[in-house]
Write a protein that binds this ligand. Structure first.
Ligand code: THU
Length: 138
């Protein structure tokens, strides 16, 4: 587990940093995400809540939408980190998985970690098997 924190120190540090910036007055549950692109740049996102609740944007989508807005595409994404506080691993929600399956490559490493020093490496193929994708629309 410690090795994951060493191997992905760059994106994990940045994800933990942006987690502090989350706007989560309702749930008080802070999530941070960081995406590293193949040009060596880092792009962060946090969860941004809304009084309507339903318009809340998760950290994963905040980061991914920003990266795509800059013109990057799935081949340009090297790795992604998602972090939370507490002692469970905050696995991406169903809505984020559907977005991730569209915007990430199947095998792009997704590192999930928390402030209790727990971490795993997974990818979207593992997180969302048998998914609905653009292939189905052909
Ligand atoms: N949240 C995320 O940012 N990512 C997830 O994958 C799960 C949930 C946020 C949304 C909301 O602001 C808070 O966590 C509680 O659900």
């Amino acid at each position: 587990m410690q090795k994951i924190f060493e191997d992905y120190k760059d994106i994990l540090d940045k994800a933990f940093e942006v987690m502090e910036k989350a706007y989560a007055p309702y749930s008080k549950y802070h999530v941070g995400a960081c995406i590293k692109t193949t040009d060596g740049k880092y792009h962060v996102g946090a969860n941004i809540e809304n009084a309507s609740y339903g318009l809340t944007n998760c950290a994963e989508r905040s980061a991914l939408f920003h990266v795509y807005s800059l013109g990057y595409r799935e081949d340009d994404i090297e790795s992604m980190a998602v972090v939370t506080r507490g002692n469970t691993l905050g696995s991406p929600c169903g809505a984020c998985r559907q977005v991730m399956v569209e915007l990430l490559k199947n095998d792009t490493p997704v590192v999930i970690a928390n402030t209790s020093s727990q971490a795993i490496i997974t990818n979207i193929a593992e997180l969302l098997p048998f998914s609905f994708t653009s292939e189905d629309l052909k």
